[in-house]
Design a protein around this ligand. Structure first.
Ligand code: GDP
Ligand code: MG
Length: 238
């Protein structure tokens, strides 16, 4: 029995290449509603999480740009989906989507519900969405809202959507605490990818940049060989 030719193995870029790629991030567009977002033909990676989880700091650290996603002074105020383009000028090869934090106490109940609806619709329906990074303060762990989000996207994850839980502010925990919260969160995330991250200590920065690069550049699947006896169909030539 002959096996089909193996698909090319994705080569992980070195950290410098991955971070250089992240650094190309620039503002693309913003939208308050799902239908206002442009159709995108490249992989889109969404960053989500509770207000104050460290999302803006994480995006700014990964892209090495202080002001890209403002570390907001008024969490929950800007309820917009912001898109950032990645790739060299004229060669956009991926998009980062920054979603507003949820769970901020000072927002009215109606605003909270409206936003949760927009976010869930986005996560469940956005066709260019290929990966989600869920940021979480490890001192709080995954909260009810985080779990609801995990549940909502589970069918898409089972369909191949990539998912990473990023435990932020690792510098606030001892090594032992980090190990403990990692194993608990791994159980909660149902075997999904979970990593520690610290913007302050630059822990996990290289690894996350490399992972995102790999997600945005999946190997091109090898064309399966034609079954024996069936000649490859040729396009009709008049
Ligand atoms: N010690 C520490 N603090 C952090 C880290 N990342 C974010 N923070 C702090 O956590 C707070 C919330 O961060 P921010 O990025 O604005 O959170 P966002 O609301 O999720 O965008 C700010 O006071 C940050 O300085 C980190 O890696 N280490
Ligand atoms: Mg923020």
């Amino acid at each position: 029995m002959t096996s089909p030719p193996a698909a090319p193995v994705p080569t992980a870029p070195d950290a410098k290449t991955a971070l250089g790629w992240m650094h190309t991030a620039r503002f693309l567009t913003t939208a308050a509603q799902l239908h206002q977002l442009p159709a995108i033909a490249v992989p889109e990676i969404a960053f989500v999480g509770r207000s104050n989880a460290g999302k803006s700091t994480c995006i700014n650290t990964l892209t090495q740009q202080r002001q890209l996603a403002f570390a907001s002074k008024k969490p929950g105020r800007t309820q917009h989906i912001n898109l950032f383009a990645l790739g060299r000028q004229g060669e956009m090869d991926a998009v980062l989507a920054d979603l507003p934090g949820y769970g901020y106490a000072a927002v009215s109940r109606d605003d909270k519900l409206r936003w949760q609806r927009v976010m869930l619709n986005y996560l469940m329906q956005r066709s260019s969405l290929t990966a989600i990074v869920l940021l979480c303060d490890p001192r709080l762990g995954l909260t009810e809202l985080d779990e609801a989000l995990l549940e909502a996207v589970r069918p898409r994850v089972e369909d191949g959507l990539k998912f990473l839980v990023l435990l932020t502010k690792a510098d606030k925990l001892t090594r032992a605490e980090q190990a403990r919260v990692l194993s608990i969160t791994r159980l909660q995330a149902g075997g999904g990818e979970v990593r520690m991250f610290s913007a302050l200590k630059r822990q996990g920065v290289d690894e996350v940049a490399q992972l995102l690069w790999q997600w945005a550049h999946p190997p091109v699947a090898a064309t399966p060989p034609a079954p024996p006896g069936e000649p490859e169909s040729e396009p009709d030539v008049p």
